[in-house]
Design a protein. Structure first.
Lengths: 131, 341
């Protein structure tokens, strides 16, 4: 691949972390270069984060509309899915999904809520509402 | 209580890949000069698997590397170096005490951690990825000195934060896994037999395993799947899935192009070690070209993610590129298989 097509962006605006990458030139030399994210990195990272933010925003709207419990919002905010959340909080997956219902969530006892709060690394009061 | 202060004279070097970088640095600390690609190659880092029915972060699971800790374990085994790996330490406090004791004895210790809550990590990389590795080499009061090879410089992390990332939960949970090399390596180590065994093993893992989702076969499977994505999942989802492949190939400390550059560098070093072994050098050249093809693939893919003009056509091209890459890699491994070392 041509060197000119492979620009390594040196601006500090996007990511101040320089990372090491390898490259190969015909003739048999593998070079190590230290630089900022290049275009591909930035694009795919941006795309992934766009999707996550979209999901978080959608979850927030659903919580505010009263369709689901705040657990869903915090789950999306922590980039989790029900399976991972069940591992972190220590409930089975179907129980986690059961707690997604607003009516069920209101009746939950404090020890149960405490487990979720610990999994999300927030306080009990924060768990009960969407910030 | 007076402040505890133990800092081991450990040299931090930045590397492309977290685990082979940590392994290489640990070897260097103990007196065996091994570069990152060498550690990666001897430790069988190269791998490919594609598991479409397992979703990680809402996209099919894809892996360009072996399971966590393979690089350290296999490289020490093949080189005949005494090392210790502790896994599944139930009590977090015990795990931290073990770490402290190691530091007092002057042993830098590698730990498997989760990335999501790692405080010093670039925020754009903080996702649920539990196979990251770092080396702890010092303690100062409540803070630990940490060498993370993805970062340019050594970092500081508090006791609570380190405990939290060492006990991150989820898929492939680290559960306090830690590893170290027992004592300094005083007798000379012969790399050649280790290299011969390692290459054989990697070749087996890439083309020998009779399972369709692993190695070159998995790559072909993925190539065929990409073509179907826009019709099957719709444009947005297909684009995200593609982004995930690119993210796996270019980010997450791979050194670029899904480790193919690093493996090529390993083959080159190995070839030079075997008195300029012609076939190995040739294989290294082929690997380098394949890696450049991967780069091309990721660039085309990224352009495709950006403007979704004619998705079906684009995904067809990408699929063909991937099939070509698979053929090239196949040729490299078949060549390596014939070489007698």
């Amino acid at each position: 691949m041509d060197e000119s097509q492979n620009p390594v962006y040196k601006d500090k605006a996007h990511g101040q972390f320089r990372e090491l990458s390898y490259s190969y030139k015909d003739g048999g030399n593998f070079d190590q270069t230290v630089g900022f994210h290049d275009q591909v990195d930035r694009l795919v990272l941006q795309q992934a984060w766009d999707l996550f933010h979209e999901r978080i925003e959608a979850a927030k709207q659903r919580v505010l509309a009263g369709e689901v419990s705040p657990i869903v919002y915090y789950m999306e905010k922590n980039l989790l899915d029900p399976l991972n959340l069940s591992m972190m909080a220590g409930f089975s997956v179907w129980r986690v999904k059961w707690h997604f219902r607003p009516g069920v969530f209101k009746r939950l006892k404090e020890p149960t809520l405490q487990k979720y709060a610990a999994a999300f690394n927030i306080t009990l009061d924060q768990l009960k509402k969407v910030d | 209580m007076d402040e505890i202060k133990t800092i081991i004279n450990y040299t931090h070097r930045q590397a492309g890949h977290c685990e082979s970088g940590a392994t290489s640095n640990l070897f260097k600390f103990n007196g065996l000069d091994i570069s990152e690609p060498m550690a990666f190659g001897i430790g069988n880092g190269l791998f490919f698997s594609y598991i479409p029915f397992l979703k990680i972060q809402f996209a099919p699971m894809l892996s360009f590397r072996n399971l966590p800790n393979t690089v350290f374990k296999r490289s020490t085994t093949y080189l005949g170096i005494e090392s210790t790996v502790l896994k599944k330490i139930k009590d977090p406090k015990e795990a931290m005490d073990l770490l402290d004791r190691n530091l007092e004895n002057g042993i830098p210790t590698g730990c498997q951690v989760g990335v999501f809550q790692l405080t010093f990590f670039p925020p754009e990389y903080r996702m649920h990825y539990n196979m990251h590795n770092l080396v702890v080499f010092g303690k100062e009061g409540n803070k630990y000195h940490v060498s993370d090879t993805v970062m340019e410089h050594p970092q500081l992390i508090t006791y609570d934060d380190l405990l939290r990332v060492r006990y991150a939960k989820g898929t492939f949970a680290p559960e306090g896994k830690m590893y170290w090399i027992n004592h300094a390596i005083d007798k000379p180590v012969d790399l050649k037999p280790a290299i011969a065994v390692a290459i054989k093993k990697t070749v087996y893992e890439m083309i020998g395993i009779p399972f369709p989702l692993i190695g070159v076969k998995g790559l072909r499977w993925l190539a065929r799947d990409i073509r179907k994505w826009p019709k099957k999942h719709g444009n947005d989802k297909a684009s995200f899935y593609l982004g995930q492949i690119l993210r796996m190939a270019e980010d997450f400390g791979t050194g670029g192009a899904g480790f193919r550059f690093i493996y090529g560098a390993f083959l080159k070093e190995a070839g030079e070690l075997f008195n300029n072994h012609e076939e190995l050098l040739e294989a290294s050249d082929m690997m380098g070209r394949t890696a450049n093809k991967w780069r091309e693939f990721t660039y085309t893919g990224a352009r495709n993610c950006k403007n979704r003009s004619k998705p079906e056509e684009d995904y067809g091209t990408l699929s063909e590129m991937l099939l070509e890459i698979a053929n090239h890699e196949d040729a490299v491994y078949k060549k390596l298989k014939k070489i007698k070392l």
